[in-house]
Design a protein around this ligand. Structure first.
Ligand code: SF4
Ligand code: SF4
Length: 401
């Protein structure tokens, strides 16, 4: 790897770490793996010593030898065993932008051809199918047919005020499809003029960020932007925090962007969603990309407070301190066992609250936590806030979900 994709700021940050270990204490991956090799400060040191130091003028003058390929391979494996949850960055007293460093690092490792085999599968799926799972992209909106009364237009309008960008997980996982179904029913009930992009929706690019494949991103971004523009949309809404984050940080669009909880709260406040009582004690899991990533902490909690009969008990780690569910950073694809261990720790914390349901605002968190409770027969309901709100919506009764 001759030139570097690390910026000057990142190179300085990599060498500035004081090794205070605060990041290591909060890292869910290092703690679930019980391995110091996964600790953020260890990875940062690897960036400095393995990838950056041999490029300095001093290193060249001293003829410092480049790192051994085997050491780089080991380092690369560990670099992808991280959920990109950003908890490390939130505690770093030097304000080192660790999350951005981790994604630049992955890009560098892929460029140098040091990466886990799964990354190649992600690249192929995206190239061939335009979604991360390698599914037929023409089937992206097939979940609409699962609705009790799918409208004739199938939510694929030529023109609409709002684009509902569903994301790959909600489009293809039967378990997660309940979320777009509930969201579409709510938007319809509130009279929101919205459309899906259907097969014209391509992956938002988030898996590329996590897989170090950002050189693929521009084509996907351009495609999604022109599909939204062709519908004359003024706004876009996302029930997936990772799609929301990609659009906010990497799309550079004039559209007004809303996370689902923000849009739903404004509809609740405007009196467009009459709510009936639900008697339930819940806890709320802040998705990493919605909470630490976008600072959306209050909207989902306000929605919970607006539903009569809902009692919210907070997790021991909540808001900025919330611990990842294990579903981020493509970890499930690279090391499913580690992802499952992180999920187990999460569910243990949820159960300690005594809540009967854990509510979140992310289809991937719902999928990961539901898989864990089903596999282990844990008596706990896992719901997206969209599903809970749909349940509370006054009107014709719907099947649970
Ligand atoms: S982003 Fe999360 S999983 Fe990755 S190193 Fe930081 S704290 Fe650990
Ligand atoms: S918290 Fe920041 S300064 Fe402390 S060890 Fe981690 S990266 Fe280094």
């Amino acid at each position: 790897m001759s030139r570097t994709g690390f910026s000057l700021r990142q190179m300085l940050e990599a060498g500035a770490c004081t090794r205070c270990r605060l990041c290591a204490e909060v890292c869910p991956a290092a703690s679930a793996a019980a391995s110091g090799g996964l600790a953020p400060l260890t990875r940062l040191r690897g960036v400095d010593t393995l990838l950056l130091r041999d490029r300095t003028l001093l290193a060249k003058l001293l003829r410092r030898r480049p790192p051994e390929p085997a050491a780089l391979e080991r380092f690369a494996e560990d670099a992808f065993r991280c959920t990109l949850c950003g908890r490390c960055e939130s505690v770093c007293p030097l304000g080192i932008r660790l999350k951005e460093l981790w994604t630049t690092l992955r890009g560098e490792l892929v460029r140098g051809k040091h990466f886990p085999a799964k990354i190649e599968a992600i690249r192929r799926n995206l190239e061939d199918s335009r979604n991360v799972f390698g599914e037929d992209n023409a089937e992206r909106a097939e979940w609409v047919e699962e609705m009790r009364r799918p409208p004739e237009h199938g939510f694929r309008k030529e023109q609409a005020e709002v684009v509902y960008f569903t994301g790959c997980v909600a489009a293809y996982f039967p378990l997660a499809q309940k979320i777009p179904i509930a969201f579409a029913e709510i938007l319809e009930a509130a009279g929101v003029d919205f459309t899906l992009l259907g097969e014209e929706e391509w992956c938002c690019g988030f898996p590329m960020l996590g897989a170090g494949l950002m050189e693929m991103f521009a084509a996907f971004r351009e495609h999604n932007l022109s599909a939204a523009a062709a519908r004359g949309a003024k706004a876009a809404v996302f029930a997936c925090p990772s799609c929301y984050r990609m659009w906010r940080e990497h799309y550079g669009t004039d559209l007004t962007l809303f996370s689902a909880p923000e849009m739903l709260l404004s509809l609740v406040r405007a009196g467009r969603l009459p709510l009936q009582e639900l008697s339930l004690t819940v806890t709320y899991h802040d998705p990493c990309d919605l909470g630490r990533g976008a600072g959306v902490y209050d909207a989902p909690r306000e929605i919970l407070r607006a539903i009569p009969g809902i009692r919210l008990v907070e997790l021991a780690h909540h808001r900025e301190e919330c611990l990842c569910c294990g579903g981020g950073g493509n970890l499930e694809m690279v090391d499913p066992e580690l992802a499952a261990r992180i999920a187990a720790a999460k569910i243990e914390e949820v159960l300690a609250t005594g809540a009967r349901a854990v509510v979140t605002a992310c289809q991937q968190c719902v999928r990961v936590m539901t898989s864990h409770v089903r596999r282990n027969r844990v008596p706990l309901e896992v719901l997206d806030i969209v599903q809970l709100l749909r349940r509370a919506l006054a009107g014709p009764k719907r099947p649970p979900g």
